[in-house]
Design a protein around this ligand. Structure first.
Ligand code: ADP
Ligand code: MG
Length: 350
């Protein structure tokens, strides 16, 4: 009885010791979910002080406010005002919150051969995606799509001169839906670094940028399975990396057995075909975001040259048969979480 009592004391002491050791570890990880302006952001900070945690939440809230107010594609604000002026064909002073997105997306438009094309706002709107509620169908008339396509809206028609911009094509309507989230995450990370935060993940609906580490190990993140709830794969992130996924499951409606999703092929005017999702890892979030969209549009046959032009080093595309297309460096990093190993087609190295 006495010995058992002694053992018990020892056991309790050991448990306390373990708890005592692990508690500071746990306290070093701060995890919170912020819901701001309709966007859910998951934030993980390692080793931040309470003051830094508070500052991080303030930075994120502020940036989401800008994203919501300045870059909203259909609610009145700086972007809708810009679109109105672009239709006039005249030079005008662009709202400062919109200008850097125009400048950066003009480049990405070119480097993606126009597959990332934020000038197709009218097409996105025609398909019914400029609304908080999704359409019930049917899809738009083929003639309406064809007539917008014939006007050939593209970012090359938008010229920039100092603070002023103009469009030589009245069909241009800017929609930064494929890019603004990445751009916002980049601004958030810049400000976090300025606030002395070196280890963090900013995750907005599965699209994220990670800096630093999770203590003595890298950050680990999951990529959603496009077919069913749950994960397709896990990836470890080192240093400063962004992981962005474009999927046909994000925003879509079904009509007559066909899925109409929100990633439009600017060459056809219809939702891009043949792809379920594309994931890229890149060193900044804005380019990762634009690239994921561009490679989705490019599809299983053409994603590789577009990835090269965009200087993407890690890309994975899941096609509509569930086959995975990726480059060898990406394959070396993804750990599949699915029950059966998917069929994989490796490209040349990027
Ligand atoms: P998600 O991450 O939600 O899957 P994306 O980053 O691919 O989405 O962006 C899709 C959004 O981008 C659409 O809702 C639309 O606003 C806009 N968009 C659709 N097609 C294109 C395109 N080809 N180029 C640029 N923007 C597009
Ligand atoms: Mg995108």
């Amino acid at each position: 009885m006495k010995r058992r009592g002694k053992h018990l004391v020892l056991l309790i002491l050991a448990a306390l010791l373990i708890a005592g050791c692990s508690r500071p570890q746990q306290q070093r990880l701060h995890h919170a979910q912020l819901f701001s302006f309709g966007t859910l952001v998951d934030i993980s900070l390692w080793g931040a002080s309470p003051a830094q945690v508070e500052e991080a939440e303030r930075i994120i809230h502020r940036q989401l406010q800008i994203m919501h107010n300045a870059w909203h594609a259909w609610q009145p604000g700086p972007l809708t005002a810009t679109n109105q002026q672009l239709r006039s064909g005249e030079w005008f002073v662009c709202p400062p919150a919109v200008m850097p997105l125009i400048v950066q997306s003009k480049q990405l438009y070119r480097r993606s051969n126009g597959l990332f094309n934020p000038a197709i706002g009218q097409l996105v709107s025609l398909w019914g995606f400029h609304s908080d509620t999704l359409p019930q169908g049917p899809p738009p008339a083929a003639t309406a799509i064809a007539s917008l396509l014939a006007q050939n809206p593209g970012m090359d028609a938008v010229s920039v001169d100092g603070q002023r911009v103009r469009s030589t094509n009245p069909a241009v309507q800017l929609d930064f839906g494929a890019f603004a989230k990445g751009y916002a995450i980049d601004r958030i990370v810049e400000k976090l670094v300025d606030a002395g935060i070196g280890n963090a993940i900013i995750n907005a609906g599965g699209d994220l940028r990670a800096i630093g580490r999770h203590g003595d190990r890298p950050w680990r993140i999951g990529i959603r399975n496009p077919d069913r709830p749950g994960l397709l794969a896990g990836i470890e992130l080192a240093g400063d990396e962004s992981v962005f996924t474009s999927g046909d499951y994000e925003r879509f409606y079904e009509y007559g057995g066909t899925r109409y999703h929100h990633i439009i092929d600017p060459r056809t005017g219809y939702p891009a075909r043949g792809v379920r999702s594309v994931t890229v890892i890149h060193d900044n979030a804005a380019e990762a975001d634009a690239a994921a969209t561009a490679l989705f549009v490019a599809g299983p046959r053409d994603w590789y040259p577009i990835a090269r032009q965009l200087d993407i080093k890690y890309a994975m595309l899941v096609d509509d048969k569930g086959t995975i297309h990726m480059n060898p460096a990406m394959a070396a990093r993804v750990q599949f979480e699915t029950a059966d190993q998917p069929e994989i087609i490796l490209s040349k190295e990027l």
